[in-house]
Design a protein around this ligand. Structure first.
Ligand SMILES: [Zn+2]
Length: 272
């Protein structure tokens, strides 16, 4: 099988972390079970990467839980709530990084629950169909097995389904270690491609999402292009009194996780 087709394929690729994962999972089983909803209303950004067929049922269970316990808003609405305030009940929004082909199915499943998300794409790999190039991009840039990406027609379909599309840089490089000139190219080229195809783009998520993989020069570049938001993968939540204007915190989850594990990250202020 040339492409990864299940969550198991992802886990096999990460098998060197098996022992770490075992202990982390047992801790999350317990902590997720003990966690109860917090008192003060807060907004959480939940992010993921891919959704395989063997995860659909589990993903639906999560969406069902979230729709029963949270207000689910679009990404743009969540950004507005962080900037302008108005978080009056526990609120969640979804986003996904990298623009894998299987986001399309995630988008359709979210629609079953009247939800939408924002998918962050890298135009440098959008529509590439050559297996070797896809495999190299996944191995080198995403540290994962070969998995196909959406093309522009599929990205347009995502928009038609009511989801949003954001900029994840041109080629998914570590933006923390490239020159300012390369950085500017990575952002503005990607912006141009997305705007040419879709008309506009106002949300950015930087690759890898950690402080070490970004540099301050990113922020004025995005400002000059009129971006509304910059997202990290640093965990955290927003209360109504927070007005984070530098970058957004997001809580990563994997759709195959037991519900308790995602609940732990949704409800806790402490992170395993
Ligand atoms: Zn990424």
């Amino acid at each position: 099988m040339p492409f990864a087709t299940s969550a198991q394929d992802i886990l096999r690729y990460r098998s060197h972390r098996r022992v770490h994962r075992f202990f982390r999972n047992r801790a999350l089983d317990l902590m997720g079970f003990m966690q109860s909803p917090h008192q003060e209303a807060r907004l959480s950004f939940l992010s993921f990467h891919f959704l395989f067929e063997d995860e659909h049922d589990n993903f639906r269970r999560l969406l069902e839980y979230v729709s029963n316990h949270f207000l689910v808003v679009s990404y743009s609405e969540a950004v507005r709530l962080v900037k302008e305030g108005g978080i009056e009940e526990n609120t969640v929004c979804f986003s996904a990084d990298d623009g894998f082909e299987n986001y399309l199915e995630a988008a359709r499943i979210m629609n079953e629950f009247d939800m939408s998300g924002c998918v962050f794409v890298c135009p440098g790999i959008v529509g590439v169909r050559d297996f070797a190039s896809i495999k190299t991009f996944n191995n080198d840039r995403l540290k994962g097995p070969a998995l196909p990406f959406m093309d522009w027609d599929q990205i347009s379909e995502v928009i038609e389904l009511g989801h949003e599309v954001g900029n994840h840089s041109m080629d998914h490089l570590n933006l923390g270690i490239i020159t300012e000139e390369q950085l500017s190219h990575q952002i503005t080229e990607a912006h141009k491609h997305i705007v040419d195809r879709l008309g506009s783009c106002t949300h950015f998520a930087w690759p890898y999402g950690k402080p070490a993989t970004v540099q301050d020069a990113l922020f004025p570049i995005l400002k000059s292009l009129d971006y509304d938001s910059v997202a990290s993968t640093i965990r955290g939540h927003y209360l109504d009194r927070d007005h984070e204007l530098v970058y957004l915190k997001r809580n990563n989850f994997e759709p195959y996780w037991p519900l308790n594990h995602t609940k732990y990250f949704l409800h806790s202020d402490r992170y395993a």
